[in-house]
Design a protein around this ligand. Structure first.
Ligand code: TA6
Length: 293
């Protein structure tokens, strides 16, 4: 929770046209700055005033309709991964969300509530409401709130905040907090394995869905001398991904060398951890990102 400052610096919320003339909002608080595009309710930047940005954003990212932004925090909903004949990772990240509420708090924090309008692609699902609350202070807190508005059908869905973290050199980081968990190794055709390392190192393509993993994960960045903490509530899947060299070269919206400057640590409920929401019920997945030296 943000430490309430005696004379909170008034927060500032600015609406502007971002890259690709896409509407975005910039939030500046006493502790930090964040940028959020309405496209996908996509957070593209979070930077504490005295630190390097916490999120990675590709220099080659697209900023156009029906294309995901490469980097920041893609909001993956209502499915994760590939679906025959459908867009990868659901449609929420490539659609415009609406701003429903801006809530300045007495301590100088700012929260912004976004809502996913009812697009035709949602027709395959029982009626639902998806909202996303982004809170900016010395941390960045994200809440993905899904309500099943059906009176008789259960809502089955996957969700994931597919966060790209900025690192100085991916070869000099470790990812901690997943030892002992089972994971599906996409690089080995989704073979089920067990994580043996408390400090995971990345020296090749890594694409792992850790299952029943609800704990905090830390990214230790030796070169930036900082630790990024990914804490979460109501999320039992953690995905760790780095495309490495070959995959980086195959992605047109990602620089060939950019794999060295990022790691995805994603918080969700995917695969066998997918959610089934009873009629009228609401589920809230909460992720809090922070960093310290
Ligand atoms: O979360 C890891 C992953 O599923 C990888 O397999 C890779 O596909 C990545 O997501 C990025 O997917 P995207 O559709 O954003 O290129």
């Amino acid at each position: 929770m943000a430490t309430a400052s005696k004379n909170p610096v008034p927060a500032r919320v600015t609406f502007l046209d971002g890259r690709g003339e896409m509407p975005m909002v910039e939030i500046t608080t006493a502790w930090s700055t964040a940028e959020i595009y309405l496209h996908g309710a996509h957070v593209t930047n979070f930077k504490k005033h005295d630190e390097a940005p916490i999120l990675f954003l590709s220099q080659c990212s697209r900023f156009e309709a029906n294309q995901p932004i490469r980097g920041g925090i893609p909001v993956i909903f209502p499915w994760f991964g590939a679906r025959e004949g459908m867009t990868m990772h659901g449609f929420a990240r490539i659609k415009a969300w609406e701003i429903k509420e801006i809530i300045p708090a007495p301590d100088g924090s700012v929260s912004m509530r976004f809502r996913l309008p009812n697009y035709p692609e949602a027709g395959a699902y029982p009626p639902f409401l998806a909202e996303y609350v982004v809170t900016v202070n010395e941390a960045l807190t994200l809440e993905l709130i899904v309500t099943n508005n059906s009176t008789e059908e259960s809502l089955e869905f996957e969700e994931c905040l597919h966060t790209y973290f900025a690192v100085e050199d991916v070869g000099a980081i470790t990812v901690a907090g997943l030892k002992g968990h089972s994971y599906l190794d996409k690089v080995a055709n989704f073979a089920k394995k067990t994580e043996m390392d408390q400090a995971i190192r990345i020296a090749s393509e890594v694409d792992r869905i850790y299952l029943d993993a609800s704990g905090t994960v830390e990214i230790h960045d030796a070169k930036l001398k900082r630790v990024i903490r990914v804490a979460k509530e109501n999320s039992t899947s953690t995905v760790v991904w780095n495309p490495w060299i070959a995959k980086a070269q195959q992605m047109p919206d990602f620089g060939n060398e950019e794999y060295q400057k990022m790691v995805c640590v994603e918080s969700g409920n995917v695969n066998v951890n997918k959610l089934t929401l009873a009629p009228g019920k609401t589920s809230t997945m909460k992720v809090t990102l922070n960093s310290h030296h």
